[in-house]
Design a protein around this ligand. Structure first.
Ligand code: ATP
Length: 435
């Protein structure tokens, strides 16, 4: 079995062919760095979100959920520092017109053509739009560039309504928008993306312990997602990399075909956010600790992951090619917990009552699992199609089924075939997909 060269080109083409990810507005020629999730992609994305939500909220007593609006009061972005500081210095090449982030190039000339560059200009990454029909400065609002601020401004609402005491966290999954200057690498960096963020509010002085705790928790989560541990690592931020609000930060990085890149950021944001919102909103956000009789602004430990980036990572990590009896097999080794389709269900042939029995199994399993019925083509071809889609199990009804109420269960990775009672299928899939 040989792991192969996982090039992004192959992945982009497989994603389109199989319906994971399509270029957005493709019939119009597409739009830069915008992508749509197809039938398999949306299932995979929903399962990744569910897996995150389950780990971050359902399994815990100390994290509550939230779903805040994308549009927020414009003052939020002044308080957060985004209006003043959320910008990348940009340079344009005077010759080939290519645009670069000033902090990403070395030397004074264009890395593309060697041409002369303009002086750096500041470029704000927030998408601006207008609220109401009048397009004046007074009605300017922004599409949120991160979900975190929706959590900070709801700190008191969530705390009071859920009767949580510090330390506790608030988790949220939602869209964010950034007018990225250098988007690319497929869905790695896009203009519109989904974040899975959790902000954990703690007593000052306990922040370093909680920071360590969450760093470990989040790394474990990627392991549970099935990613190869040798392709994951921590990257601590040096003093020069730290954001203005952060006391400490670690990225969880993955080794993509284009290098080690950030998957998630874990930040000790101190009491910067609540201090600023208290100041800008003139509302008291201090927390009164009943036990110690102290009053303070909680520190925040943030875990900020990208859903699209996690999905890309699962595709990159799972993609494999192997040669079997002279033929290349493309296989997407996704964990059964998140595979878009859990089982393909096939009648060996289209007669002798096999399709009817197979449909019966589909009806039994579809209430709990994503299953897919396929009766067309040779059985080997049907297996291959499911391999590419990442389906961990294929269940085939054959002539023996009528005799002993069993089907052939073929597993994607070892390609083993075993006979399993129809009555035991639910339990088999339940065990494989449980989290
Ligand atoms: P970068 O330096 O790569 O632009 P960042 O440090 O600005 O990223 P954060 O603000 O920490 O990123 O965002 C948290 C997470 O949100 C990232 O780890 C990533 O998974 C996701 N994310 C951020 N920007 C994008 C984007 N443009 N496209 C897709 N996902 C993104």
């Amino acid at each position: 079995m040989g792991v192969t060269d996982t090039t992004m080109d192959k992945l982009v083409s497989l994603s389109k062919r199989r319906g994971f990810v399509f270029p957005s507005s493709e019939i119009y020629g597409g739009i830069n760095a915008c992508w749509d999730y197809g039938p398999l992609g949306v299932k995979l994305k929903n399962k990744i979100k569910r897996f995150w939500w389950h780990a971050m909220t359902q399994l815990r007593d100390d994290v509550e959920g939230l779903d805040a609006a994308i549009l927020m009061h414009p003052r939020v972005w002044e308080a957060s520092g985004h209006v003043a500081a959320f910008s990348d210095p940009l340079v344009d090449c005077k010759k080939c017109k290519q645009r670069h982030r000033a902090d990403e190039i070395e030397g004074p000339r264009c890395p593309n053509c060697g041409g002369e560059l303009t002086d750096p200009r500041q470029f704000n990454l927030m998408f601006k739009t207008f609220m109401g029909p009048v397009e004046d400065e007074a009605s300017v609002i922004y599409l949120r560039p991160e979900t975190a601020q929706g959590i900070y401004v709801n700190f008191d609402n969530v705390r009071q309504s859920s009767r949580q005491k510090v330390p506790f966290g608030i988790a949220q999954i939602g869209k964010a928008f950034r007018n990225e200057i250098t988007p690319g690498n497929f869905i790695f960096r896009t203009l519109e993306f989904e974040q899975m963020e959790m902000q954990f509010f703690v007593r000052p002085g306990t922040d370093e312990t909680w920071f360590e705790y969450w760093r470990e928790q989040r790394m474990q989560w990627y392991g549970q997602l099935g990613l190869k541990p040798e392709r994951l690592r921590f990257h601590p931020h040096g003093q020069d990399e730290l954001a203005h609000y952060a006391k400490a930060a670690f990225d969880i990085q993955y080794e993509f075909p284009f290098g080690w890149k950030e998957l998630e950021g874990i930040h000790n944001r101190t009491n910067f956010d609540l201090t600023r919102h208290q100041e800008f909103s003139a509302k008291k956000l201090e927390y009164f600790d009943e036990e110690t009789k102290e009053r303070y602004l909680p520190y925040i430990i943030e875990t900020s992951a990208g859903c699209d980036r996690t999905l890309l990572t699962c595709l990159v990590d799972g993609y494999d090619e192997e040669t079997i009896e002279g033929e290349t097999r493309f296989v997407m080794r996704l964990s059964p917990k998140i595979a878009p389709v859990t089982a393909g269900i096939f009648p060996l042939v289209k007669r002798d009552g096999m399709p009817e029995t197979a449909h019966g199994i589909v009806d039994m399993l579809r209430k709990r699992f994503d299953v897919f019925y396929d009766e067309s083509g040779a059985i080997g071809r049907r297996y291959r199609r499911q391999d590419e889609a990442g389906t961990p199990f294929c269940l085939t009804v054959d002539s023996q089924t009528r005799e002993d109420e069993t089907v052939t269960v073929r597993e994607r990775d070892p390609m083993t075939q075993t006979r399993v009672k129809i009555a035991d299928l639910t339990r088999l899939l339940e065990e494989a997909t449980a989290f």
